[in-house]
Design a protein around this ligand. Structure first.
Ligand code: NAD
Length: 289
């Protein structure tokens, strides 16, 4: 299939690479011309010179962008050259509002827009084991599902447009609380002079185990945060969650607290570090600094 891929960051770089290896024809673009050129050189794809140029002839457009503003801007720039009938798969984490709005606009134009945020982190993108949660019309999803097998272990159509983003928000609500709980539990063990590695080892066999504990607790103990999902992006995700909760008049006390704690983490100079640097905030709070 002819695919235009836009946004070659920590996630998009790998997703596009899997699609190329699966035999698709890719035209790629990132606002960073260096990333565009590096990717095209590494995987022998076509480097687009603009969004409008990149989507020419594409049956499917895929995006992996930071947030709503970038998605809206790329969408607007693609309109002049986007083919009739094209299917747009957005792997960014955005608001459900923009997903619903673009799906409606696409339908009017005879095109499709699928909100398809992902979970599984940069490791999942690299290994091709992401989980995709989609909101879309079933017909469009059926066409692109075979593409997703190149980089995802599961792609689930949850409901109509917007349902993918609402599912991702549910995921982030769960993950946020677990991240802070891990920081508290591990820092508590350290504070009492226990060896956190031994504590972790036994907890992994007990009732508090989770993906987060399996994949992040060790790096939290080691104080390694130069990888993964940035504090800035997690704050963006929780901001989307809190806006949606406000709109629906739903109270999310734990999520609201973690969002506040993450702004402290940013203020500590850890905005681009993995968001599990919540551990450093907890350590600092416990040492009384
Ligand atoms: P990233 O910042 O590394 O990548 C985003 C890319 O988009 C960058 O290369 C940037 O230059 C490019 N970009 C920004 N504006 C653009 C524009 N107008 N036109 C073209 N390119 C543009 O972010 P990421 O970590 O790859 O995340 C991408 C999306 O996936 C985000 O919405 C994020 O919330 C979500 N996500 C990330 C992870 C993760 O672990 N990193 C996990 C799940 C979901």
């Amino acid at each position: 299939m002819n695919i235009a891929f836009i946004g070659l960051g920590r996630m998009g770089w790998h997703i596009a690479a899997h699609l190329m290896r699966a035999g698709h024809s890719l035209s790629v673009y990132d606002v960073s011309s260096k990333l565009t050129a590096d990717w095209a050189k590494a995987f022998a794809g076509r480097a687009g010179i603009s969004v409008a140029d990149t989507v020419i002839g594409a049956e499917c457009v895929m995006t992996s962008l930071p947030a709503d503003a970038a998605l809206q801007s790329v969408w607007d720039m693609a309109q002049s050259t986007l083919a009739p009938g094209a299917i747009w798969v957005d792997h960014s984490t955005t608001s459900a509002e923009i997903a619903k709005r673009l799906a409606t606009a696409a339908r009017v134009q005879g095109r499709y827009f699928i909100d398809a945020p992902v979970s599984g982190g940069t490791i999942g993108a690299e290994k091709g084991t992401l989980a995709i949660m989609a909101g879309a019309d079933e017909a469009a999803c059926t066409v692109v599902e075979p593409l997703m097998t190149a980089y995802a272990q599961r792609a689930s159509l949850i409901g109509p447009p917007g349902a993918g983003q609402l599912t991702k928000m549910s995921n982030q609500i769960c993950v946020a609380g677990i991240g802070q709980a891990l920081a508290e539990g591990l820092a508590f063990a350290e504070h009492h002079g226990l060896d956190p590695r031994k504590v972790l080892d036994v907890m992994l066999k007990g009732s508090s185990t989770s993906w987060m504990m399996e994949n992040r607790a060790q790096t939290m103990i080691d104080g390694k945060f130069d990888f993964g999902f940035s504090t800035t992006l997690m704050r963006k995700d929780l901001g989307l969650v809190m806006e949606e909760a406000h709109r629906a008049d739903v109270s999310l006390p734990v999520t609201a607290l973690v969002a506040q704690l993450l702004s402290d983490v940013s203020a500590m100079g850890l905005a681009s570090a993995d968001w599990c640097s919540l551990m450093q905030r907890q350590r600092r709070a416990q040492s009384g600094d």
